[in-house]
Design a protein around this ligand. Structure first.
Ligand code: 5AD
Ligand code: SF4
Length: 481
């Protein structure tokens, strides 16, 4: 029988029982990007050694941790709502302690303790190793805060506890922070400067996952293409590295090539890519290895050169098209998705039309589209007026979403009649008689279960589609099994 993550955490806590006799219950939940979900697995691992078992039940928790996102105001409001819920639960469980992790913790720091009485603990994304000390403080009845950002921390030495895992796909983080300073974005302030993780420790983590039967690994970073290992330290200090360090440095193309060569039966994905940092050699490595998934998430934010400049995106519309042309030339079946922001300060109707025409050129498979949300401390907030009326932002957003829906439908219809490889991840939400998995292009495919199992690579003939899902029938195992 498959071991659930909960059992494996309990297993770890039990083996460490001699060390920490008081086994306590940790409820941890994450909001925002995949990096937060991955970080929560690191936190669970650090706390498992302190005798904390995870629980899925908020009411049972001795310690509640919420890993937070600051990217848009709405994300922060969602977390505030959750704090209200914890408050209600605490009435029946007064000993429960509450900690805030992640980007909101970093942004608000001590202010969190003043604004939200329920919060006992505030810990920024680079300070998780300090959690055992901070929890001791909280146990002694004092509030605790650590929001120090680090030049080196990559948690390379922590082996994450896989939370709520399907046992098939996992995240491995390879870089932390972001140096790009897009003017709308709070991430450089909450996650600090860019630094990369030792490739050896990345390969060891992949090795461990492969040995535990994981079939698909997503390499994570705010900007994976900027990955650069030269012995540790910030990316911006690379110039100061020795000649030897420079000559032996590992960039993202090299890392990807090493991982794909070493694990030819494991699917590899990566996210997020940044147009200005994605080089031709990354696309060539993708084209060379069948196990690197043919999917690139390539945010554009706006199709207008003027707005791209105001956003401090360090590329033009034409340079983006050149990159797209190269991707389509070298990997004709590659799926591409976007992030777009509507209503950035000063955006005119003509700028908006540029975004729509850019979408027509690329014909993205998917998209993640947002109305601009002013974030405190960013350059846009300090220097520009949030001058596009809310109704205009919403209307432009609706137009972009509608165009994306049409493009997704066209892209998905193209699969009808084809037989594609699908990695089975779970039972379909709609029907227990069907499996759900993803193609190399990251499109969800659903088909009758027959005798196949979770973790199998199956060839599926696609018969129908909705705008988000392919529907079909399995015709046999893939040779990748
Ligand atoms: N307002 C709206 N969307 C934003 N994003 C980042 N910052 C903001 C903001 N202030 C979007 C971008 C980014 C994605 C992760 O979130 O599109 O690529
Ligand atoms: Fe934010 Fe830009 Fe960095 Fe992405 S690349 S995390 S949008 S600053």
């Amino acid at each position: 029988m498959e071991k659930t993550i909960d059992e494996s955490i309990q297993g770890q806590a039990l083996t460490l029982e001699g060390k920490k006799e008081n086994t306590r219950k940790l409820f941890i939940e994450s909001y925002g990007c995949q990096m937060n979900f991955s970080d929560s697995e690191i936190v669970a691992s650090i706390l498992a050694k302190e005798g904390f078992n995870t629980t899925q039940n908020l009411e049972d928790a001795d310690l509640v941790l919420v890993n937070t996102c600051s990217i848009r105001e709405k994300a922060e409001q969602t977390v505030r709502k959750r704090l209200e819920k914890y408050n209600a639960v605490k009435r029946n469980n007064p000993k429960m302690k509450v900690g805030v992790l992640g980007c909101m913790a970093e942004r608000l720091k001590n202010k969190f303790l003043e604004e939200e009485k329920i919060v006992d603990l505030v810990v920024g994304p680079d300070a998780y190793k300090d959690l055992p000390n901070l929890i001791e403080e909280v146990d002694a009845g004092r509030n605790a805060v650590n929001v120090i950002l680090s030049k080196e921390e990559t948690y390379a030495d922590i082996s994450p506890v896989r939370l709520q895992s399907n046992g098939v796909s996992a995240f491995v983080s390879i870089t932390r922070g972001c140096d790009n300073m897009c003017t709308f974005c709070v991430v450089p302030f909450t996650r600090g400067r860019e630094r990369s993780r030792d490739p050896q420790s990345i390969l060891e983590e992949i090795d461990d996952l492969v040995n535990n039967n994981f079939k698909e690994i997503t390499l994570l970073g705010q900007n994976v293409d900027s990955y650069l290992w030269y012995g540790g330290g910030l990316k911006k200090d690379f110039e100061k590295a020795s000649d030897f360090q420079k000559a032996t440095a590992t960039n993202f193309a090299k890392l990807l090539d090493m991982a794909a060569t070493k694990y030819p039966k494991t699917r590899l994905r990566f996210t997020t890519s940044n147009p200005q940092d994605m080089t031709l050699d990354v696309i060539e490595v993708m084209a060379k290895h069948p196990n690197i998934c043919k999917y690139i998430h390539l945010p554009i934010q706006s199709g207008s050169d003027r707005i791209l400049k105001e956003m401090n995106r360090l590329h033009t519309r034409q340079e983006y098209f050149d990159l797209i042309d190269n991707i389509k030339r070298l990997i004709p079946d590659c799926a591409i998705s976007q992030d777009i922001i509507t209503g950035f300060p000063t955006e005119t109707e003509a700028d908006h039309q540029d975004t729509l025409s850019l979408m027509e050129y690329v014909k993205y498979d998917y998209g993640f589209m947002f109305a601009y949300s002013e974030r405190p401390g960013t350059l846009a907030e300090r220097k520009m007026e949030d001058d596009v009326p809310e109704a205009t932002k919403k209307r432009r957003l609706a137009e972009i979403i509608e165009l994306q829906r049409q493009h997704s439908a066209v892209r998905h219809q193209a699969y009808i009649g084809q037989t594609v490889e699908v990695l089975i991840e779970k039972a379909s939400k709609k029907s227990d008689a069907h499996w759900s998995g993803r193609t190399t292009q990251n499109t969800v495919a659903v088909f009758p279960k027959e005798n196949y199992n979770i973790g199998d690579f199956v060839m599926v003939r696609i018969d129908e589609c909705t705008s988000a899902t392919l529907l079909g029938e399995a015709v046999g195992y893939s040779k990748n099994n």
